[in-house]
Design a protein around this ligand. Sequence first.
Ligand SMILES: [Zn+2]
Length: 190
Amino acid sequence: MAKLYFRYGTMNSSKTANALMVAFNYHERGKKALLVKPVTDNREGTDPVISSRIGISMPAVFSTDFAQMTDEQICAYDCIVVDECQFLAPEEIDRFADIADRLNVPVICYGLRTDFQARLFPGSRRLFELADQIEEIKTICWCGRKAIINARIMNGKILTDGPQVLIGGNDSYVALCRKHWRAGDLGPRK
Ligand SMILES: [Zn+2]
């Protein structure tokens, strides 16, 4: 039976590199994985490409185009790998559950747990509710403790107000442990 997976972590915890690696492993074994990304994530321009900081990238389809795909088209794949799931609507997550259950195609979702105010994204909340398997991809704060918060940074200060989604800058986020996020402590400057 196919499963719905949620693998979550903070920004820069190599979620995208993991997603690409999973797709690569499928291809290497002669199987087909379909990479999907939200249309709101347009850092790579208009082409649906998923790129990792470590320099690898692979073609993908936008979630809006994925929504138009028929059961038959989806069944042509051995696995669906979705990046930046936090930006998806709960209804899109519900469809992933349906794809796993009814079409027997596994769906592996990667995304952030919470926003810069440490509140769940709607898509992530739905994944916590529905996923068969939930795994944390860990990274560390400057202090060495596990980072769990995506602090939004401007001019060297942690912002606590603003819209939930501010696409386009990995540079404007820093992964911190809760203690240092609450204290507004970005650590010793480089
Ligand atoms: Zn810390």
